[in-house]
Design a protein around this ligand. Structure first.
Ligand code: GDP
Length: 670
């Protein structure tokens, strides 16, 4: 395979509010770049057949975690980013592996709360962006308003690279300020011409404004401007690239994905202004000899991150970004989480509606590993001789659980399906109730679990129903207790069991569970210390109120063994007994998960929305007002939010929408 040099690679995501047109844009970009084959054209040749054949390919390509296309001598890899904030972990995970992103806005709806949330997540991660104002063909489309909103609401420096010509039904082209060109979308295709004197008169002032704004962030452009008062396309484009990569602003183009207008503007903007892997900061990884900095160097040590596992008919596909070194078919590599080695059987690059085999992948590449049965998201792959661990993606503990019931004959398949779902998504867990044997699932919120149940029904044809939700409370010890004894002494003939331990139990500020041994001189042999830790952790899994205990440090301070009768089991049990006694003495406080709730409602319903939130124990942090809509930011206990989105819909005739995300644990109010 002819490799595209690293400088011509773009690993990017498309981020958008639901419905802004991410799926449509992805399809049209693939089609424009020729990555989706135009099977229909031979027969009918009509423009509409483009769409039907895009539809045919969409099931395979659009859902893929990473798909490649080529444009202007560059290789673009589109990485799928989830649109909904309930899947924050997935957004975070995909932002880690992409180098830049296209933010899509609807020309009618403008900047919506969810696009705002994802935008901020991207800026926090230092991901350079270009923006596409989509749906310029729709009634009410307003390019200038969206530009103003990006400036005001997102606080971003928006750099329109031109202006749309016409709007709504009459959208027909784009004036390009950078290249002083006029692009017209006609039935015969795209026609481009240079500016004439009229164009110069009409648009020169806007071009100057763009140059002046970029020059504030780029010395080379500022100097050229002062010297010649004239800046050519190459100078402006190069300065825009430097300033965008530095995070100073966001270049912006517009069009209509649905009408396939402006797709070349988006592709050009990606190539011209989004970073290559070389333009991004080197990544950090932990190794045996401490932390190392890894630039995207093919000759460096192997470090690759599994960022998504997708189930295919023939088994899982693990999508991997290689940050440093090379990954070859036949290699045996070290997987950091499972702490074992894995043989790389097959490497695939996802082109369009199919994958093609690769002999190897190098720093900067995004590929899929096939045939790795127990692949899991978040793993670092490295050379067995030089194990490395890329900075872990923080996974929040699941906060809500549902009980699932299925037909008796389906139980085996349900178990298999749940295992697959849990493998794909580290914020989703599945298990069974030890007492009843029923299946339990845990996730980050109602919507998160709803989506999983839908998949059990649709993808596996399982007839499952979900029982009442159960909130994942936690317990925290109220105070410190010292020297609590746990003792097991069964020595009534035959093999005995003897162990005695003394423990301190001290609350911590954070949520960690820490165990320490400060006994001296082998009072408790190392093997039994390990047994004590096991017993301590087992006892902390269920506190006096029936929930896991967090935020605690347990220290083994003394112990006693018996030459013959001491066993692992005895120490485990003695330790568990001591922890239970200590927790009983200290007492525990109950913590509950709290959600951040953002509601977008027509202002006419604001009173009802606020009243309802208050009844649910919600606290309102702020209310914003825009275009007749109110945006409420609140926090509320998850336990009280059951069925919230449905209730909100009926409260507001379906006109309000809400997003929720886990926002930490707080002391539960009884
Ligand atoms: P996603 O949720 O962001 O993936 O959005 P989709 O791509 O599924 O689009 C949402 C809806 O908007 C669909 O009905 C699309 O047909 C429509 N849509 C997408 N792009 C455009 C556009 O440029 N113009 C118009 N008029 N409709 C669009």
């Amino acid at each position: 395979m002819n490799r595209t040099p690293l400088s011509r690679r773009r690993n990017l995501g498309i981020i958008a509010h639901i419905d802004a047109g991410k799926t449509t844009l992805t399809e049209r970009l693939l089609w424009k770049a020729g990555a989706i084959h135009r099977m229909g054209e031979v027969h009918d040749g009509a423009a509409t057949t483009d769409y039907s054949e895009i539809e045919r390919a969409r099931g395979i390509t659009i859902g893929a975690a990473a798909v490649n296309l080529d444009w202007a001598g560059h290789r673009l890899t589109l990485i799928d980013t989830p649109g909904h904030i309930d899947f924050a972990i997935e957004v975070e995970r995909s932002l880690r592996v992409l180098d830049g992103a296209v933010a899509v806005f609807c020309a009618v709806a403008g900047v919506q709360p969810q696009s705002e949330a994802v935008w901020r997540q991207a800026s926090r991660n230092g991901v350079p962006l270009v923006a596409f104002v989509n749906k310029m063909d729709r009634t009410g489309a307003d390019f200038d308003r969206v530009v103003a909103q990006i400036r005001e609401r997102l606080g971003a420096r928006a750099w329109p690279l031109g202006r749309p010509l016409g709007a709504e039904g009459q959208l027909y082209g784009w004036v390009d300020f950078v290249g002083r060109r006029v692009v017209s979308w006609t039935d015969e295709g795209t026609v481009v011409r240079g500016w004439n004197a009229d164009d110069e008169r009409a648009h020169a002032a806007l071009r100057d404004a763009l140059v002046a704004s970029v020059a504030e962030h780029d010395d080379a452009l500022a100097e050229a401007f002062l010297r010649d008062a004239e800046v050519d396309a190459a100078q402006l484009s190069a300065a825009l690239r430097r300033a965008t990569l530095a995070g100073a602003g966001v270049p912006l183009v517009a069009g209509s994905a649905f009408k396939t207008k402006g797709m070349e503007l988006v592709l050009d903007a990606i190539v011209d202004y989004l970073p290559s892997p070389q333009d991004r900061p080197a990544v950090q990884a932990d190794g045996d000899a401490g932390s190392v900095t890894l630039p995207p160097d093919t000759d460096g040590p192997l470090a690759a991150l599994v960022f998504k596992v997708e189930q295919q008919e023939h088994g899982p596909l693990a999508f991997v970004r290689v940050y440093s070194g090379r990954l070859r078919v036949g290699d045996t590599v070290w997987a950091s989480h499972r702490e074992r080695s894995v043989r790389i059987g097959r490497l695939l690059s996802i082109q369009a509606d199919r994958g093609s085999d690769l002999p190897q992948a190098e720093a900067g590449d995004i590929v899929a590993v096939a045939g790795w049965k127990d692949a899991a998201g978040g793993e670092t792959l490295s050379a067995p001789a030089r194990p490395l661990r890329l900075e872990a993606i923080t996974v929040q503990p699941p906060v809500l659980s549902w009980r699932l019931t299925a037909k008796a004959g389906d139980l085996l398949r349900l178990g298999q399906a749940l295992a697959v779902l849990a493998q794909e998504d580290p914020s989703f867990h599945a298990g069974s109730d030890a007492d009843t044997g029923e299946s339990l699932i845990w996730g980050m919120g109602e919507l998160h679990l709803e989506v999983k149940v839908e998949r059990l029904r649709n993808d596996w044809g399982l007839d499952v129903s979900a029982g009442a939700p159960r909130v994942a409370y936690q317990e925290r010890p109220r105070r410190a207790v010292h020297g609590v004894e746990g003792k097991l002494d069964k020595q009534n003939g035959g093999a005995g069991h003897f162990a005695r331990v003394h423990l301190n139990l001290v609350p911590r500020e954070d949520d960690a569970i820490v165990f320490a041994d400060c006994t001296r001189g082998g009072v408790v042999p190392a093997a039994f210390v390990a047994a004590v830790e096991k017993g301590v952790r087992a006892a902390l899994a269920e506190g006096p109120q029936g929930f896991p205990v967090v935020g605690v440090e347990v220290t083994l301070v003394d112990g006693q063994t018996h030459a013959v009768d001491s066993t692992d089991q005895a120490f485990q049990r003695a330790a568990a007994q001591a922890v239970r006694a200590a927790l009983g003495e200290a007492g525990t406080g109950l913590l509950e998960p709290v959600m951040a709730v953002d509601v977008d409602t027509p202002t006419g319903y604001l009173g009802d929305v606020l009243g309802d939130l208050q009844r649910r124990g919600g606290r309102v942090g702020g209310i914003g007002e825009r275009d007749g809509n109110s945006e409420v930011q609140a926090r509320a206990p998850l336990a009280r939010l059951s069925g919230y989105t449905t209730a909100l819909r009926s409260l507001t005739q379906g006109r309000a929408s809400a997003t929720m995300r886990f926002d930490g644990y707080e002391t539960a109010v009884a």
